[in-house]
Design a protein around this ligand. Structure first.
Ligand code: FAD
Length: 496
């Protein structure tokens, strides 16, 4: 006779950056026990890891709400706690006679170290912490060079990743039936999601900075699946040729969903492969898209090699590089007032929507680092605070790539010309017009007249300017200055 699950001790299903119910190894493992489940989220500010940025907090707030709704549709609910994970887990376990906890691995070395410590502590109280991979195509240390070392160059990494079979997803384990969510005999007390204070506060003028985020994204598992469906149906075909065009906006916008684990990369590959099997004309787009997804795994491999990737140059010979202190330049860049339209449109897109197109991220980051010669860490931190997809691996790895101090980095002589980049990737100015009010492309009768300068709402006290700013630095001069500085630090690459 099987034990009535209502009387069995529950297991804890501890959610972290894996805020979904489907295709989720720890959910599946918890359901498989047949025991009641206490789904739990802990807002732990005591961890010595990087605090979430403001835009990410907005996302988390809505994602937790979506997760709770999903759980409630199965007769369950999300218990929210605030405090030190170890204390909360131990106390819940004691009260509910819990013996097993399931959670996901984050692959952030700072968390991993903490988890191992936690695992040992819990073991001493006869509690088992099961940590599973729910977020990457494969665990970073599974893919190694022939000499057993972690990869530092993407192309051979991607080949090895494919050879490992991690990208061949022809099926996913079936999700256990939804009526198997047994509830504990009594629910633990839960804080409200609102009490975590994650949603941005209104500015003194009563404005909500995050309005534009919600207009663009729908956080949560359902939003993630809808984004994937829309991408496969409308944009995958042209992804290869058009992914660099911010005006066409053909990319998947899955990054924040992946960041918070609302969809698995395996599900994305599976659905993409299904689509291409049904329509072979999608094959070029699919090949490119698969490679982009693999960059994410690659970045987590780099984070494993340099746990303080957002602070420490991957190439330590960059440590003596002399960055300029230029607060006015940094402010102009943050505000989208550099006088270079593509950079400014990108920085305004970031502020208004919590997102920026990849091509424009590269141009905007290159502008800060190479035109203004400002330390990449300042830009990385701004993105960290403003991006809804701010990712502990992808963000610093990409910034270091642009700066030239990362693994497999852009060559030092690649100084993106923001004017020609705009002409090439936003030929009619549609992207710039979207974010720079009053902008008109020269082909349709002239350049920007006035500019929308209420970007920072009443959160900023400086008076709004009324005209589009002049370039804050001359491109030719800035390019030469950057090349000289990079050459001086002994860079031996050859200029093109
Ligand atoms: P798609 O083109 O549809 O790609 C699909 C997925 O592949 C993305 O969602 C993402 O998970 C992954 N991916 C794509 N490009 C990259 C890349 N270069 N590196 C790693 N993964 C990639 N991406 C983040 O997810 N978070 C960040 O914080 C982040 N910061 C960046 C900062 C800079 C300076 C630069 C140049 C790039 C950054 N990227 C970051 C990478 C890339 O810009 C975004 O992943 C992409 O723009 C997200 O849009 P999408 O989901 O439509 O991408």
């Amino acid at each position: 006779m099987t034990e009535n699950p209502l009387h069995a001790a529950p297991v804890i299903l501890w959610f972290r950056s894996d805020l979904r119910l489907q295709d989720q190894a720890s959910v599946q493992a918890a359901l498989k026990t047949g025991q009641p489940i206490i789904p739990l989220y802990i807002w732990d500010e005591t961890l010595a890891t990087r605090p979430l940025g403001a835009a990410s907090k907005w996302w988390l707030h809505h994602s937790l709400k979506a997760l709770d709704e999903g759980l409630r549709s199965f007769g369950s609910r999300l218990i929210i706690e605030r405090g030190t994970a170890q204390v909360i887990l131990a106390s819940l376990a004691k009260e509910y006679d819990v013996k097993t906890i399931f959670c996901s691995r984050t692959f952030d070395p700072a968390h991993e170290e903490n988890d191992l410590h936690l695992e040992n502590k819990l073991k001493a109280s006869f509690l088992t912490l099961n940590r599973l991979n729910t977020s990457l195509l494969t665990e970073p240390n599974r893919v190694r060079t022939g000499e057993g070392k972690p990869f530092r160059v993407f192309t051979p990494y991607f080949k090895a990743l494919q050879a490992s079979g991690a990208c061949d997803v022809d099926h996913l384990p079936e999700n256990p039936s939804t009526d198997s969510w047994a509830a504990p005999a009594k629910w633990p007390h839960s804080q409200s999601i609102e009490a975590l204070g994650l949603a941005p506060k209104l500015t003194p003028g009563g404005k909500d900075w995050s309005n534009g985020f919600g207009a663009r994204f729908k956080p949560g598992e359902r939003g993630a699946r809808a984004a994937l469906r829309g991408f496969l149906k409308h944009h995958l075909r042209d992804y290869d040729s058009g992914r660099d065009r911010p005006d066409l906006d053909l990319t998947s916008h899955l990054s924040p969903h992946l960041r918070f684990g609302e969809i698995s990369p395996q599900r994305i590959l599976l659905e993409t492969d299904k689509a291409v099997r049904a329509d072979n004309s999608l094959s070029m787009g699919t090949a490119k898209f698969r490679a982009e997804l693999a960059w994410r795994d690659f970045s987590y491999g780099l984070l494993g090699q340099q746990p303080r990737l957002h602070e420490v140059n991957f190439r330590r010979d960059f440590d003596t590089f002399e960055w300029r202190q230029d607060d006015a330049g940094f402010k102009a860049w943050c505000r989208g007032e550099t006088g270079y339209e593509l950079v400014d449109a990108g920085m305004r897109e970031l502020w208004q929507t919590g997102y920026m197109h990849n091509r424009v991220r590269m141009v905007a980051a290159s502008f800060l680092i190479k035109h203004l010669m400002i330390d990449w860490r300042r830009g990385e931190q701004w993105f960290w605070d403003c991006l809804v997809d701010a990712d502990p691996a992808n963000n610093p790895a990409s910034w270091q790539w642009v700066a030239g101090c990362g693994a497999d980095a852009a060559p030092y002589f690649r100084v993106f010309n923001p004017i020609t980049q705009a002409e090439k990737f936003d030929p009619q100015g549609a992207y710039r017009a979207r974010y720079i009010q009053g902008y008109t492309h020269p082909s349709t009768g002239g350049i920007h007249k006035t500019v929308q300068n209420d970007l920072f709402g009443s959160g900023d006290t400086s008076p709004p300017s009324t005209a589009y700013p002049k370039p804050i630095v001359d491109h030719a001069f800035a390019r030469q200055r950057a090349l000289e500085a990079y050459k001086q630090r002994g860079q031996d690459d050859h200029a093109d």
